[in-house]
Design a binder for this molecule. Structure first.
Ligand SMILES: *Cc1c(COP(=O)(O)O)cnc(C)c1O
Length: 362
């Protein structure tokens, strides 16, 4: 029987899917969770009560509003989406990456991204049948190598380029001028992924009208609502109309619509929390930089990338876990990330616990 299943899988599942491994999320129960760029703060008690009250009217027996009209209006307002641009909502921005890839895939179509960057670009490219092409960032500071990017554009003629702005997992923000040159030189679509916009205080949203090949992606995940799964893609109505054809009709469920709609009405709470995280990021950066044997890179996001002494990353990662702190191990994921770890900026208490656990391991 199991023999038969193996043969069936071998015959039926696409070979490129057989080669992939599913995205791994490590168990975090009981640990201080600093591995996934979540906002560490809960909502104020009073707001939680009002939010739960607002859900009383949600009709679970009905399909969601497929157009999400009210929610889109709220998102437009808090994210300052330029007049004349349309938005497409996704079940997280991961789903939007997938929709873009599905719309553009075909024989010899290429999805290109600087490397190292967000792993979903590569995973989704391979899963949807696009050829993936990485272009190395500069080794020392993870800056864009404009010549390498332009050469790769000429050579591979990418249907789409994904640029995380700021980049994950390197935390840096490329100069806007370099992105503009890339958009101008790109033969296809450029998607600027602004997942960390609340921490970067920089955006290309206002450039949307200037370039016919630019789309900007945002999410509420890093802002503090990761559990809702809600991302958005902003761009020219002609682009959005094409992608809309691939969106499954009810991809944003009723609880997400109602909750996001309510909580975006209290956006100032989320803004206060992100401002606090930005301040704590600078404190944590200084404290990490002072430790012997650590090299930490400057960050415009809500996490820090750091390098530990050669050959020690795995031991430090598991030592931290034994001490109750979960961060991300990056050694082995890309040559440029040798001996690197990534820590999310948590609450001051969590950051302190992380530093206390780290010191004896060095
Ligand atoms: C976290 C992250 C996302 C995923 O966002 P979701 O909306 O939670 O799916 C997208 N892009 C980058 C660069 C990220 O780091």
């Amino acid at each position: 029987m199991s023999q038969d299943i193996d043969q069936l899988l071998e015959r039926l599942i696409r070979p490129e899917i057989r080669k992939l491994s599913a995205y791994h999320v490590p168990p975090a129960s009981g640990l201080i969770k600093l591995d996934a760029m979540e906002n560490p703060y809960a909502l104020p008690e009073e707001l939680t009560r009002a939010w739960l009250d607002s859900l009383r009217h949600v009709e679970l027996n009905r399909y969601p509003d497929p157009a999400c009209g009210a929610l889109k209006e709220s998102l437009r307002k808090v994210m300052a989406i330029p007049e004349g641009m349309d938005i497409l909502l996704g079940n997280g921005s991961d789903e939007l990456i997938q929709l873009i890839a599905l719309a553009l895939q075909g024989p010899d179509r290429v999805l290109l991204a600087p490397e190292p960057s967000f792993v979903m670009y590569r995973m989704i490219a391979l899963a949807t049948g696009l050829r993936y092409q990485g272009v190395p960032l500069r080794q020392e500071d993870f800056s864009l190598d404009p010549d390498a990017m332009l050469a790769a554009c000429r050579q591979h003629q990418p249907a789409v380029i994904f640029v995380a702005y700021p980049n994950n997992p390197t935390a840096n923000l490329y100069p806007e001028e370099e992105l503009r040159r890339l958009i101008e030189a790109a033969p296809g679509l450029v998607v600027v992924d602004e997942a960390y916009a609340p921490f970067a205080e920089a955006s290309l949203l206002s450039c949307l009208g200037e370039y016919p090949n630019l789309l900007v992606m945002r999410t509420v995940s890093k802002l503090g609502l990761a559990g809702l799964r809600l991302g958005l893609l902003a761009g020219d109505p002609a682009w959005i109309a094409e992608l809309e054809k691939l969106r499954l009709p009810y991809n944003i469920n009723v609880l997400t619509q109602a909750s996001a709609q309510f909580l975006l009405g209290h956006y100032e709470i989320l803004e206060e929390q992100t401002a606090r995280i930005r301040r704590d990021r600078e404190v944590l950066y200084t404290q990490l930089a002072e430790l012997d044997g650590i090299h930490v890179w400057p960050s415009r996001a809500n996490f820090l990338l750091f390098r530990v002494p050669a050959g020690r990353a795995a031991a430090i990662h598991s030592g931290l876990q034994e001490a109750g702190v979960l961060i991300k191990q990056l050694h082995g994921s890309h040559p440029a990330l040798a001996d690197c770890l990534r820590v999310t900026v948590g609450s001051p208490e969590e950051n302190h616990r992380f530093l206390e656990a780290l010191q004896p391991l060095l």
